[in-house]
Design a protein around this ligand. Structure first.
Ligand code: ATP
Ligand code: MG
Length: 342
């Protein structure tokens, strides 16, 4: 059985900018395999190397060492003609939309079709289809200045899809948008993935974006991938320090150290934080506490779902005799993998 080539594959890719004192390692030993049909998220702080990674995929930059394949074809060392062919297979969506101000929405979407040599009638039909797909049929004749940010980005997305690329790269495509418009654009990206089967690479510094659309995510820090996992696992069980800080920006289910100190002052008792997921509810543990005559208060926490699975955590203050509290804390601790009594 022959295995399908991945949408994108990086093998030991390093990218170094500058020389001597100016030398900067933007990407350092990247091994990465993005499967066809997935929405793959890349998250990292400013300067982590996210845009460099995208620019390597569409050959705007060449790696200093290592190899890159797109759709099974190596792009390292290809000719200019090869690169042009490759780019036809890749759509690109930008943070600042990059629309021609002097062209209408329809004109912007039509542009790549002109470049690709499509005939006029075919171009018109394709533009109409794309405008409908992104919900902008009524804005065909509007100029970018007459469109909202979300509408401009939908034009940008339609333009990126014009020649039916197999791969769409979205570099901070929602960073200039308000939360509601962001959600709308992210829904559109999901629709493109599910209905058209386009593989999408979403670059962002916002964990909310990852949570909303990504099937899997790589966390990039100082040019290295420090964590790569399903979006659920990254949220439910973050390992690397940068991952934990990203997750903490959107999940407020675990008290920080200062919050914990405040809670301890306020409630007294023994503080225990327990993870909740599909397999490990809180019911049995709390029933055991009641049997042992340990009183508990829920003082912090949150439970939600992601990719149809439950996850979260709650912090309890336990009150009772030392022995009984020890026992209940230990019982709660035993049902834990990563957290326990404080
Ligand atoms: N053409 C270049 N010449 C020199 N250094 C560069 C070049 N492009 C990027 N860098 C450096 O490489 C590092 C990674 O840059 P990159 O743009 O990939 O980061 P990023 O993760 O996209 O950041 P941001 O979130 O701010 O967009 C940065 O330190 C940057 O200054
Ligand atoms: Mg960037």
């Amino acid at each position: 059985m022959s295995e399908q080539p991945p949408a994108v594959e990086f093998r030991s890719v390093t990218k170094v900018f500058g020389k001597g004192a100016d030398r900067h390692v933007a990407l350092d030993g990247i091994d990465l395999r993005i499967e066809k049909g997935e929405i793959f998220g890349v998250i990292g702080y400013s300067g982590a190397g996210k845009s460099t990674l995208v620019r390597l995929i569409n050959a705007l930059e060449r790696p200093t060492s290592g190899t890159i394949e797109v759709g099974g074809a190596p792009i390292t060392g290809t000719s200019e003609a090869g690169v042009r062919r490759l780019r036809r297979e890749i759509g690109m969506v930008f943070q600042q939309f990059n629309l021609f101000r002097s062209r209408t929405a329809a004109g912007n979407i039509e542009y790549p079709l002109k470049v690709a040599g499509w005939k006029r009638a075919e171009r018109k039909a394709r533009v109409a289809e794309l405008l409908e797909f992104v919900g902008l049929t009524d804005k065909a004749r509007s100029y970018p200045d007459q469109l909202s940010g979300g509408q401009k980005q939908r034009v940008g997305i339609a333009r990126a899809l014009a020649t039916s690329p197999a791969l769409l790269l979205a570099d901070e495509s929602t960073s200039a948008l308000d939360p509601e418009t962001t959600a709308e654009v992210l829904r559109l990206l999901k629709k493109i993935n599910r209905e058209l089967g386009v593989t999408i690479v979403v670059i962002t510094h916002e964990m909310d974006v990852i949570r909303a659309v990504a099937d899997r995510v790589a966390v990039l820090a100082e040019g290295r991938i420090v964590e790569l996992s399903s979006t659920f696992d990254v949220f439910a069980n973050p390992q690397a320090t940068p991952t934990r800080s990203f997750v903490a920006t959107v999940l407020h289910d675990r008290p920080s150290d200062t919050e914990l100190a405040r809670l301890r002052d306020k409630h007294g008792g023994r503080m225990v934080t327990v993870d909740i997921d599909d397999e490990r509810g809180l019911g049995a543990a709390l029933a055991a506490a009641t049997r042992a005559d340990v009183r508990f208060e829920v003082v912090f926490g949150g439970v939600s779902t992601l990719q149809d699975k439950t996850f979260g955590s709650v912090t309890l203050a336990l009150h009772g005799s030392d022995d009984a509290v020890d026992e209940v804390a230990a019982a709660l601790d035993r049902r834990e993998r990563n957290s326990g009594a404080h």
